[in-house]
Ligand binder design. Structure first.
Ligand code: UD1
Length: 430
């Protein structure tokens, strides 16, 4: 099985180009089946999650032309079924976006229930509540979510929790409902806004995305569009923290700096220099890192998807730091791996208390999920000696060419399959 082999100790230095946002691409690709006209999407990240979704869409008759790695021309005029049960789809969280998209267009959907990262229980009650408020009957049977409506009718929906997925799903279905829908307590993440912009480019009438009240006036049908997905906030944040963790100097290119504000402000607090220009941001870590406190929150708060990366940095900072995870209940599983690398961290419930130490030491570790996997790689890059990171398929779900981008910044990292490969890597880097 493939692993990363890493020799730590090199500060990462140079420039890295950020790709399209995975969490925007997934709903946008799903929504592209909501019109019978042709849609052209650019800046699609070539990662496992988007590829699985595209292939599941092809399985139900969506026509797709790929002109290169990051573009797709999609036509969904001849969908053969609204039942999407392929096993591969179980592995990705975003499978449920097909429910909102199909329910909106065909008034019915039958989709295998989502998997995704194991970071705590991931309820979908708010999705169901939203679909039902629009007039759909929803059931969960045989591991599938089924939704069906005679008519979808606009409604006033108050989300009990701020949910990215539920906001997006209800927004898609409401786009093709009759009349007006108001979603209150909506998620404000950049990818929610990006999906709203995409739907509007297809003729939808959505206002207020990016605030906590989204107003949607239903339209009868959507038309074709050409659209470019926003840059990935979390990929950018991961490379910004890579600079901090390895005491490097990294310029992260092709970003929207506004989306990175909570990340930038924490890097400044812990003693990094951060210089922003139009569409790039440079992070320099020339001084010892300082402790801080951080709590994950919905956007514009500090993203839960950056929680493992900041924890890895704080374990190398002077003093005691506190990280509170307020979105998912089980997102500190990777801490045991960090402890094996020398970190001094105590987790109680959803709080991690971190006593800073001088350096990580290399170890054989496993990626427990996507973001934690990436964060463990950063720890290994800062560590003294060699590490191997297992289960890299999690990391490949959301980071395109992760090890190649790190190599270009001077990291000593390779994909290996056997002990012999590891020995060769050691010889090469010794
Ligand atoms: C999305 C992102 C994920 C990110 C998360 C929070 C995608 C594919 N994934 O996940 O990377 O970590 O947002 O920014 O975009 N909840 C309920 N009921 C629901 C829905 C959610 O109680 O019906 C709870 C969840 O259990 C969780 C919280 O709300 O505690 C936030 O979840 P949500 O924003 O829905 O996350 P996802 O859309 O699954």
């Amino acid at each position: 099985m493939e692993q990363y082999a890493i020799k730590g100790g090199n500060p990462l230095v140079g420039e890295v180009e950020i790709g399209g946002a995975k969490n925007a691409a997934l709903p946008i690709l799903a929504a592209s089946l909501m019109t019978d006209e042709t849609v052209h999407i650019e800046n699609i990240p070539d990662v496992r999650d988007t590829n699985v979704l595209l292939s599941a869409m092809q399985d139900i008759g969506v026509m797709m032309k790929r002109a290169g790695r990051h573009q797709a021309t999609i036509n969904a005029a001849n969908i053969t079924t609204t039942t999407v049960v392929s096993d591969k789809l179980k592995k990705i969280r975003a499978s449920y976006y097909l429910v909102g998209a199909l329910l909106g267009k065909y008034k019915e959907a039958d989709v295998v229930l989502p998997g995704g990262c194991d970071i705590g229980s991931r309820a979908i009650d708010q999705h169901i509540k939203g679909f039902e408020a629009l007039g759909a009957k929803v059931s969960i049977e045989f591991g599938r979510i089924r939704a069906k409506a005679e008519h979808l009718v606009g409604s006033h929906i108050y989300m009990d929790v701020v949910s990215v997925g539920a906001t997006i799903n209800v927004m898609m279905a409401a786009t093709l409902a009759e009349g007006k829908t108001i979603i209150e307590n909506a998620a404000k993440e950049p990818h929610v806004v990006d999906l709203a912009n995409f739907l509007n480019s297809m003729g939808a009438n959505i206002r207020g995305a990016g605030t906590d009240v989204i107003r949607i006036r239903g339209v009868q049908k959507l038309h074709g569009s050409e659209y470019m997905i926003i840059p990935d906030q979390i990929e950018a944040g991961t490379f910004m923290f890579a600079a901090a963790i390895t005491k490097g100097d990294v310029t992260v290119k092709n970003v929207i700096t506004k989306h990175l504000e909570s990340i930038t402000s924490k890097l400044l607090e812990i003693g990094c220099e951060v210089k922003e220009e139009d569409d790039c941001v440079r992070v320099v870590a020339s001084k010892p890192l300082r402790h801080t406190q951080v709590k994950t929150l919905p956007y514009p708060g500090f993203p839960t998807d950056m929680q493992p990366q900041i924890t890895v940095a704080l374990a190398l900072s002077q003093g005691t730091s506190i990280v509170t995870e307020s979105i998912f209940e089980n997102r500190f599983k990777y801490v045991d791996e960090l402890i094996r690398m020398g970190a001094n961290i105590k987790v109680e419930g959803n709080v991690a208390v971190i006593n800073g130490m001088k350096k990580y030491t290399g170890a054989s570790i496993s990626a427990p999920d996507l973001r934690a996997g990436a964060a463990l790689v950063l720890a290994a890059l800062a560590a003294e000696g060699y590490s191997t990171v297992d289960d890299i398929r999690y990391i490949e779900r959301g980071y395109e060419d992760f090890h190649l981008k790190l190599q270009a910044l001077g990291a000593q990292i390779d994909i290996i399959e056997t002990e012999r490969d590891f020995q060769k890597f050691k010889l090469k880097t010794g």
